[in-house]
Each structure stands twice: as C-alpha cells, then as structure tokens.
Design a protein around this ligand. Structure first.
Ligand code: BG6
Length: 503
C-alpha cells in the first residue's frame, strides 16, 4: 500500500452483487499488488442481503481469483486487504442503516487517528439509487465536500428527461465535483491514448479536419450475446447501453479541440463542446440516419428472443448504427458512422479515420489497381494497436502500388499488459482526479443527440426483427446507411490480412 494517496474508506452499496464480484474485487486486488492503495484503506461492503464479514471477504476473494489478470490470489497478499474488508448488511431505505454506517466510519477514523476520504460506490440497480442518495444526504454523510465522493455507474437515466432528473437528485446532495460517473471505456488505455496520440504528436493535428478527412467510423462489436442480463437489456437496447455512453465518449475524444492544459474540467469542456455541436436529428430523419437490428439464431447460438428474461416478441435492439454530423469548422461535411452490436462476427472495437484521396492520381491506372486512400485505425480491443495504412510500391520491375500498414502495438512497444479499466478508474477516484469521468452536462448532451431516435423507435415496433443472424455484421440496412454515401464499413477481419505487410 502506498502512503501518497489520502486515507480512504470505500463504501460499496451492492457489495455482494455482480459488479463488485467481477470488476471491483479484481481491481482492488491488483491495486494492492501494484501498491496503489492508500496506506490507510478500508472497504465497508453494504448490501440488503444477510451475511457477514467472512462471507463478504470470501466473495471478493473469489471474484479476484476468477477475474484478476494477475492469476491466482495469494494468501500472503490477500490477507493484507482482507483484514480491512467489513460487511454491513442493512435496508438501504432505513435511516438506521446509515446511522450504523456513520458509527463504523467514525470508529475507523478514530483507530487511524486521522480523517479519511469517504468514497460511496453505487454498485446497485438504478431503481435504488434515489433512495440511497437521499438517505446519505439526510444522514449528513455527504456534507464534507472535500472528503466525500460518490461513484455512480451507468445507466445515467433512460433518456434525456430521466438523466436530468438523476443529475438533479445527485446535485441536490453532492456538489458536481464530488460526483464520479463511470464510463468504463474511459478507463481503457487505448481510449485514453487517443488524447496522447492526437495532442502529444505534432504530425496529425494539421490533417485532423475536414480538409483531409473523408469520414470517421466507430465500431464497437461484441461477439457475446446478452448473456444473463436479458431483464436489464429489454429496457435498454444497444443505443442506450453502448452508443449513448461508450461510443459518444470515443467520438468526443476523436473530435474535440486541443485542450489548453491537462485539467479535468478543461478536457471535459472540450468534449462537451463536440457533443453540443452534433447536428440534431429530427424525427423524420431517423429512418435515414439510424438503423436498429436484433440478432436471430446463428450457428450454435439462440436468437435474442429465446434468451432468458427476454420477451418472445421483444423489440429491444441488439444492434444500432447512426450517422452523425458535427457542425463546427473542423468537421463540417465529415460524417461520423457509429455502430455497435451483440452477437456480431467478432469482438472488435476500433476507430477508423479515413483520409481523402490524393488530389491528383499521377500513377498509371494499372499500377494503382489496389490503391486506397490513407487510413488510420485505432484498435481499442481486443488488439491494442494503431495502424496507419499507406501505399507502397511492390518490389519488382513493374510498377504496382499496394496498401501496407505502419503498426504500433501496445504489447510490443511496452512489453506489459494494460491495466483493467476499473483499476484506473478506482485509483483516479481515490486521487480525486475526475478527468475520465462523465460530467452532468456531457451525459445530458449525449442523450439530447439520441433522444429523438429512441422516441421514434419506441413508437414504431420493428416489423422485421430478428433481422440479422448471430455471427454476422448486423442487418443489411446498416450497410445501406453508409453505402448510400458511396462508402462502406471497414471490416476488422479484412484489415488483419494486411498484418504481414507491415512496413
Ligand atoms: C457495458 C454494457 O457497458 O459494456 C455491456 O452494458 C457490454 O452490454 C459491455 O457488454 C462491453 O464492455 P467491454 O469492455 O467488454 O467492451
């Protein structure tokens, strides 16, 4: 444990749930291994379930064992953390629970003989958030603005109106600077690196605009289906679950203006400017600018409608694609195509910046048969890389151009595994660094863009669902969204075949 981070007590609401088990436990354990936990650190696991400290410790240990990239948990390391984990069962609606919590917080600080930061982590279903926030407020547990923080998981509302309501609720009890809204994509190294790539290199900024860029594609494709989350997903769908947060955050990083300093609010201001510049979609444009899909049966996979917790006639979309325009000087006329879906052909999240063709093609036609404009691909996962595709002369006496890749791989360059997103985000909360977290205005700006699409889709039951078989690239209409502009989706799998051609 490190002493440079202030003493912290992490209070996890929903501590016996899936998130704490899958994500928080391995993140905490790895932070311990990397000596990134504060010298004085404790976790109070709160849950409505009966239980005891021993069972809570075991649950987190199981989670760390199952999901930590670091391998099996070792007793000699774990014991240091386990001693600081305590369980507090109680009804989240009952003020008495918060009175007990206060006593435990006071007792810990007395034992340490120093004040500690209190980080409330809401790892609970959204329905209970309002109750918890109100009880924290009523118990005056949020009033120390300097030392108290709250971490909120998505979904941040269900639409614009509910997001505003949630922000109003949170800011009635906490100040905005105390609120850490998590979008775990922002914790991914490859997503954070977008800023470094764009603004720590002089090379790309001069061409990062409508004069040189033809269009941008953002793909977040999953191979998995809805898994055990049917009940949640039925009310969410791909646009709410992925586009509104993860894809819009990536778009904001790609499109934002350079920040003046590396300050949380400066960066978030620049990001929100982009979200606000996105051209509103009117209801009569939804058919033209957005496509939804739902997976049907595929080889060895059930259709979405046969998944547990899903209605037999479900209208929830498991695929969403949208075409957005950013109305500012930099991006005028450059479309941004976003797509995401479950049960697609492969797991691949990437951003493609497609540059324009050279202004004059001086090579003979026969030489340039395989010619294609430059393309920059930021591979977010599972491959972590950046590729710049160029034209090169094929060796030989005849003149033939073919595309080749310049390739930067994280693994090769840094010889180390990237930390898990939750590790980075938990460490940042403890250090009060809000750079990677969503501010209320970002969340609302993002909902404003997609709200009209959601409204039109809600009012119009899709007649063609399911409209793509599992294991494909989504519905045909998604191709139409881009081919009608004379472009096409770039398939990650095709680009891998260029791997052998690296410069
Ligand atoms: C979550 C969504 O936010 O992101 C899930 O709720 C999705 O539906 C997940 O599967 C994808 O995250 P990752 O990190 O695996 O790309």
């Amino acid at each position: 444990m490190t002493t440079s981070v202030e003493p912290t007590i992490l209070i996890i609401f929903g501590s016996m749930g899936d998130l704490a088990w899958r994500k928080l436990a391995p993140a905490l354990y790895n932070l311990l291994l990397n000596q990134q936990l504060p010298g004085h650190f404790a976790v109070i696991g709160m849950d409505m379930k009966d239980g005891n400290t021993q069972a809570f410790r075991q649950r987190l240990r199981d989670g760390a064992n199952a999901f930590c990239e670091c391998g099996q948990v070792e007793e000699k390391n774990w014991s240091g953390l386990a001693a600081n984990l305590t369980y507090l069962p109680g009804d989240f609606a009952d003020p008495a629970t918060y009175a007990v919590l206060r006593k435990q917080l006071d007792a810990r600080e007395k034992e340490w003989n120093m004040p500690a930061n209190h980080v409330f982590y809401l790892a609970t279903p959204p329905v209970i958030v309002e109750t918890i926030v109100n009880r924290i407020g009523e118990a005056s547990l949020a009033s120390d603005r300097q030392h108290v923080r709250i971490v909120v998981e998505k979904p941040f509302g269900h639409d614009l109106a509910s997001a505003i309501a949630l922000n109003t609720l949170l800011t009635a009890v906490f100040e905005e600077r105390q609120i850490y809204r998590i979008d775990h994509y922002m914790g991914k190294e490859t997503v954070q690196n977008i800023l470094a790539f764009r603004f720590a290199n002089a090379l790309f900024e001069p061409v990062w605009n409508q004069r040189y860029i033809d269009h941008v594609q953002i793909t977040v494709a999953e191979q998995v289906g809805v898994e055990h989350r049917g009940a949640y997903y039925e009310h969410a769908g791909a646009l709410r679950d992925m586009t509104q947060n993860h894809l819009m955050q990536i778009l904001a990083l790609i499109a934002m203006e350079p920040m003046v300093s590396f300050d949380a609010d400066e960066i978030r201001n620049k990001k929100v400017d982009v979200l606000r510049a996105i051209r509103p979609i009117s209801p009569d444009q939804v058919g033209e600018l957005a496509v939804r899909g739902q997976y049907g049966e595929g080889q060895n996979f059930p259709a979405y409608r046969s998944e547990p917790g899903v209605a037999a006639d479900s209208s929830a979309e498991t695929f969403a694609a949208v075409k957005l325009s950013v109305d500012n000087w930099r991006w005028q006329g450059v479309p941004f195509y976003l797509r995401t879906g479950k049960r697609l052909k492969m797991k691949a999240s990437e951003v493609t910046i497609q540059f324009q063709p050279v202004p004059h093609q001086s090579f003979p036609k026969a030489a340039a048969l395989a010619w294609q404009p430059n393309r920059l691909t930021i591979q977010i996962q599972p491959q972590e890389a950046i590729r710049l595709s160029l034209q090169a002369k094929q060796p030989g006496s005849s003149l033939h151009l073919s595309p080749v890749d310049m390739h930067f791989s994280y693994q090769e360059a840094f010889k180390t595994k990237s930390p898990e997103a939750y590790e980075t985000l938990l460490a940042d909360v403890m250090m009060a660094d809000a750079t990677l977290f969503m501010r209320a205005d970002q969340v609302e700006a993002s909902w404003s863009v997609l709200d009209p699409v959601l409204k039109v889709w809600a009012g119009l039951k899709p007649a063609d669902f399911p409209n793509y078989p599992s294991g494909t690239w989504g519905p045909e209409a998604a191709d139409g969204l881009i081919t009608k502009d004379g472009r096409s989706w770039l398939e990650p799998v095709l680009r891998q075949s260029l791997e052998d051609n690296q410069l």
